[in-house]
Design a protein around this ligand. Structure first.
Ligand code: A2P
Length: 270
């Protein structure tokens, strides 16, 4: 590490402004998706599932966007999963970051996809599409999730099979992890599907809930407010349809202030 990089790490721009963090690694999953890890400032606290502002210096002012933190709260680095928007003011540049580069990180993580926003239950369903998997990459790697729930079912649906690679790897690594492996054994289920090319499981998550395929494959009954809790993260259209389904099954929406049976958040686009 060079002196400049050492100085860049975790230096506040101002007492309340973003901090400057060092990029530690970058992985490109497809032409349109990548993940990266950055340094975590001392004292940066968050709850697994929350999001934070992240960005780069701009010509006049920083360009910052909301990003779900994909790493769990115990990790000493921060991980993010991002789309690459060719003309996106931030992601057109962010996709080019390399280890050693500097990114800007907001100081105040927030969000509703947190265990605190749900009342106690037996099964936790984490339903995602596209980059909506990011907050769940955090939640499925948090031991607290398995203290609170007997079964944790994370679903990821994308247009193309290649877009499932990141979630597949996170789940596999979690199951094989030195400490987490034992904790998640028999509890963590991964349910993936693709919608625009042939795959062993085809279709939108809403369809797979409605036709019972999700529940059949898990050998579980369909959503029941007495037992099941749901978190949803995807596009606006996906959220609207999935929320409607939750309501149809009798689940009510929770928040940090008033925990209940399901919560949702829009997947962020750069
Ligand atoms: P589909 O290919 O049938 O549109 P996007 O990239 O548009 O956000 O889509 C990501 C995934 O979410 C795709 O598999 C897409 O399916 C699915 N999807 C899009 N809209 C909805 C919706 N209203 N409900 C459920 N899934 C959706």
């Amino acid at each position: 590490m060079t002196t400049t990089q050492t100085l860049a790490q975790s230096q506040p721009a101002s007492a309340t402004g973003p901090t400057y963090e060092t990029v530690l690694s970058v992985h490109h999953w497809t032409d349109a998706l990548f993940s990266f890890r950055i340094s975590r400032p001392a004292g940066f606290r968050f709850r697994s599932g929350e999001f934070v502002m992240l960005g780069l210096e701009g010509e006049k002012k920083p360009i910052m966007r909301a990003y779900s933190i994909a790493s769990p709260s115990w990790d000493d680095q921060l991980e993010f999963f991002s789309i690459k928007v060719p003309d996106g003011p931030l992601t057109s540049r962010l996709q080019k970051i390399q280890p050693g580069d500097t990114v800007m990180l907001g100081r105040k993580p927030v969000g509703t996809l947190v265990l605190d926003a749900l009342t106690p239950g037996e099964n936790l369903y984490l339903l995602s599409t596209g980059t909506g998997f990011a907050p769940f990459a955090s939640i499925i790697r948090d031991p607290e999730t398995y203290e609170k729930f007997n079964r944790v079912i994370v679903t990821h649906t994308c247009r193309h099979v290649a877009e499932l690679a990141y979630s597949k790897q996170v789940v596999t690594e979690t199951k094989n992890h030195e400490f987490l492996g034992e904790l998640v054994d028999g509890k963590l289920n991964y349910f993936d599907s693709a919608t625009r090319e042939p795959y062993f499981r085809h279709g939108r998550i809403t369809t797979l809930i409605e036709n019972g395929q999700l529940f059949e494959s898990l050998d579980l009954p369909s959503f029941d407010p007495a037992r099941d809790r749901v978190m949803i993260c995807g596009s606006s259209a996906m959220l609207a349809d999935t929320r409607e389904l939750c309501q149809k099954f009798g689940l009510s929406e929770g928040s940090n202030a008033a925990p209940a049976e399901y919560v949702y958040e829009k997947a962020f686009v750069g």
